[in-house]
Design a binder for this molecule. Structure first.
Ligand code: CO
Length: 208
């Protein structure tokens, strides 16, 4: 990629925005008021705003390898805290995607250096759901199912946080688990039973 082209693209983008609305950047600089926190994969094919069809200012975004929400990851925890407590988003989305390289790597027993501790979180998802996954003989189907189960487990990690539980109680915040299907371009709603998970989670993780 020619890096200079990016500056040309940016220049054109600025012009297009100003042609539609001369105050576009003035308004953008006043502040943000997003309603959605989107947690997705860093994969270059899975964008956040573009696939949801939202504009700058509409989604607070966190992306990392395999859309993980590890309980001890200061970055993910800070993003959730800031989005829920200060920006007061009403929706938290964890969006995985089929053919995720991070999930694939976690399925293989290879030494991947610094990636090992990160991928171990996905291997723990595999271990937790080993009974179900073992029954899926087709490797491709097992891979896709692990992507879905990983989204579900990361939603649980989101729900474990005190600020999400408080926001649910105070203003009805909801958590959604999605998978982006690269083959069709469609977002699949896994229809995670938020209130049931919350009930189960709160038995153990409930914070006053
Ligand atoms: Co991925």
């Amino acid at each position: 990629m020619n890096i200079k082209q990016i500056f040309k693209n940016n220049h054109n983008w600025v012009q297009n925005k100003l042609n539609l609305d001369p105050n576009y950047f003035n308004n953008l600089s006043k502040g943000q008021n997003p309603d959605i926190l989107y947690i997705g994969c860093s994969d270059s094919r899975v964008t956040a705003e573009e696939l949801m069809g939202v504009s700058p200012g509409e989604a607070f975004v966190h992306r990392n390898i395999a859309n993980m929400v590890p309980n001890t990851d200061l970055s993910a925890m800070s993003v959730i805290d800031y989005a829920v407590l200060h920006l007061k988003v009403n929706h938290v989305v964890v969006c995985g995607h089929y053919y995720c390289g991070g999930v694939k790597a976690a399925m293989e027993s290879k030494d991947l250096g610094i990636l090992n501790p990160w991928l171990r979180n996905i291997r723990d998802v595999y271990r937790t759901h080993n009974d179900e996954l073992r029954e899926i003989k087709d490797e491709d189907q097992r891979y896709k199912r692990l992507v879905e189960l990983n989204v579900q487990e990361q939603c649980i990690n989101v729900i474990k946080t005190a600020e999400v539980q408080r926001a649910f109680r105070d203003r009805g915040l909801t958590v959604h688990g999605w998978v982006f299907d690269i083959h069709s371009g469609k977002i699949i709603d896994l229809k995670i039973d938020f209130s049931k998970i919350l009930k189960d989670v709160m038995e153990i993780y409930h914070l006053e």
